[in-house]
Design a binder for this molecule. Structure first.
Ligand code: 13P
Length: 280
């Protein structure tokens, strides 16, 4: 069954577990993620489709595939638009049938981010679609293999986070506490002390970006302090590409076999994270 993420995240927040939000780029990755949800006893799971992968798949195709695979299944699946700063694309995703959208105004000044997020909430909520926004910005460059050296981390300010939520009506807030998009350079320094303060001020489901490679103990501490949705992208790709390389090194497979291997590898990574996120 296709749902928005509001009730699944509220439930996760109250139970101190997190729902995995896994990036998909094509049919195989969507199938792999949904299969992991099934193997975990029926989800719930979030299939995330980022604006940066629009060259791989159209919004309407992502909706059609997720519907075909999950609409008649009792498992709750949310198709989520990841990181999007373009409100026109957000409108298109809402019209196409996405269950949730992330408006990413984190690079903008506070006032502009809040005003745009408020607008996105009005558009989305009118159609029963949930909204995630972001305040603060994740480390990159010197701490991650993604981004540039000029990118500077900006931790989320707890009091500003509370004001942002009150002014926008957002359903979930992505926070910056020291995780990075991409692979970590060096040891992650995740500030659970800042997260505790954000959680105490905000009281709504919080989102952790940069799940790949984050140590299990850090993930557990984050979930205990309000993180209810965790995003994983890089490791799905790295792990799957590595499996494909191994197969190619051994033989010249049929493309259909590569496709099956891709799906199976995605399922393996997603299962690993779903178990962490549910404390299993
Ligand atoms: P990683 O690529 O570090 O797993 O981060 C994923 C993410 O935050 C997507 O929004």
């Amino acid at each position: 069954m296709l749902v928005n993420f509001t009730s699944m995240l509220k439930d996760a927040y109250s139970r101190h577990i997190a729902i995995g939000s896994f990036n998909a780029y094509n049919y195989e990755t969507i199938r792999g993620i949904i299969e992991a949800g099934r193997q975990m006893g029926g989800g719930p799971v979030i299939v995330a489709f980022g604006k940066k992968y629009l060259d791989n798949m159209h919004l309407a195709d992502a909706v059609a595939i997720v519907k075909a695979l999950a609409a008649d299944d009792p498992m709750e699946v949310c198709l989520h638009l990841d990181h999007c700063s373009d409100i026109d694309i957000i409108r298109q995703a809402i019209a196409a049938g996405f269950g949730s959208v992330m408006y990413d105004g984190s690079a903008l000044p506070f006032e502009e981010n809040a005003a745009n997020t408020r607008l996105v909430c009005e558009l989305a909520h009118a159609q029963g679609v949930s909204v995630e926004a972001e305040l603060g910005s994740l480390a990159a460059g010197d701490r991650s293999h993604e981004g540039t050296a000029e990118d500077r981390e900006k931790y989320t300010d707890p009091a500003k986070a509370r004001e942002f939520i009150e002014r926008t009506g957002v359903d979930a807030l992505a926070v910056s506490i020291g995780t990075v998009h991409g692979l970590y350079k060096g040891t992650p320094n995740v500030r659970i002390d800042i997260l505790k303060e954000i959680d105490a001020q905000c009281g709504i489901p919080l989102v952790l970006h940069g799940g790949s490679g984050t140590p299990e103990e850090t993930i557990k501490a984050a979930i205990a302090n309000g993180i209810s949705k965790i995003n994983v992208n890089t490791e799905i790709s790295v792990y799957t590409v590595d499996k494909i390389k191994q197969l190619l090194a051994a033989k010249a497979p049929h493309l259909a076999d590569l496709s099956k291997l891709e799906e199976k590898s995605v399922t393996e990574v997603v299962l690993k994270y779903m178990k962490f996120f549910r404390n299993e």
